[in-house]
Design a protein around this ligand. Structure first.
Ligand code: DGL
Length: 281
């Protein structure tokens, strides 16, 4: 199917399977306050972390195409699972047909770039969804830049549901938060740096900090990804010109609007207006 895409400048698209990408968006808004953004959460089909490569690719491509149709020239996959399983395929297979001048960027590379200067022991742990861990994307990206670093992954399949169902601060969450951290550290006791390789996880940070020894550095992605976007726009003035700068943010969810507005407002500490969008049609 041929897509007709608007050619005039537009907002930057930010996509996640649910609420997690809001942790990235809030840093974008801090660091690029003049830019316009559209946030799209596929809350109706979350979580992506336990889904197959083919499904994550199909869902992510639907979201990216819709964000292009809504006027975005640049889309950030604010989701590690989509970055791990769909980003390269979209860049190689779909962008040339959709519009070779539009761009889709992910969150894994900017996260990995910083760890060489953080870890002293050269033993790094990754906490992420099952999909991201199985894809081995973090291991591959780390080894491209820092072949000397040993990377150990731990899947945390219960963490995204805790966030999506608003249970991240509930007492019951402690069991699963502790469990996956203990499992990671049991695999490699020399880890001195842990990457939160899922954009939902910063919402569990108060509990994660309780169970990670103080000597271990916890890396969450928001600020790193936001600085990397700022840098990208400086290096690509032609893309910056295709981004509008009115300081607005528009929200879309594939789930019920009220449910998203309630939860997202709590994460962002401000009331928001949200519209429903169907990615299947
Ligand atoms: N927030 C996402 C990530 O960074 C995905 C979570 C999910 O849908 O499983 O991986």
């Amino acid at each position: 199917m041929k897509h007709i895409l608007p050619s005039q400048p537009g907002p930057i698209g930010v996509f996640d399977s649910g609420y997690g990408g809001l942790t990235i968006l809030s840093k974008f808004k801090e660091i690029l306050p003049q830019n316009d953004f559209i946030y799209l959460g596929d809350n109706a089909r979350t979580p992506y972390g336990t889904r197959s490569f083919e499904i994550v690719y199909e869902f992510t491509l639907q979201a990216v195409t819709r964000l292009f149709e809504l006027g975005c020239h640049l889309v950030i996959l604010a989701c590690n699972t989509a970055s791990a399983k769909a980003l390269r395929s979209i860049q190689i297979n779909n962008l040339p047909q959709l519009d070779p001048n539009r761009r889709v960027l992910g969150v894994i590379r900017p996260t990995v770039e910083c760890i060489g200067s953080i870890t002293q022991s050269k033993h790094v742990g990754i906490l992420a969804t099952s999909g991201t861990i199985k894809s081995e994307s973090y291991i591959m990206e780390v080894h491209k830049l820092f072949p000397e670093i040993k990377v150990t992954g731990q899947a945390c399949p219960m963490w995204v549901p805790l966030v999506e169902y608003n249970e991240a601060q509930a007492p019951g969450a402690d069991y699963f938060v502790k469990k996956y951290i203990d499992e990671l550290l049991a695999k490699d006791n020399r880890i001195d740096t842990i990457i939160l390789g899922c954009t939902h996880y910063p919402l569990l940070l108060p509990k994660i900090k309780q169970y990670v020894p103080e000597s271990i550095h916890i890396v969450s992605q928001g600020e790193l990804v936001a600085n990397s976007l700022l840098d990208y726009l400086k290096r690509h003035p032609e893309m910056n010109e295709r981004c509008t700068h009115g300081g607005t943010c528009t929200y879309f969810t594939t789930e019920a609007e009220e449910k998203f507005a309630d939860s997202a407002s709590a994460f962002l500490n401000e009331p928001i207006q949200v519209s429903h969008l169907d990615l299947n049609d």
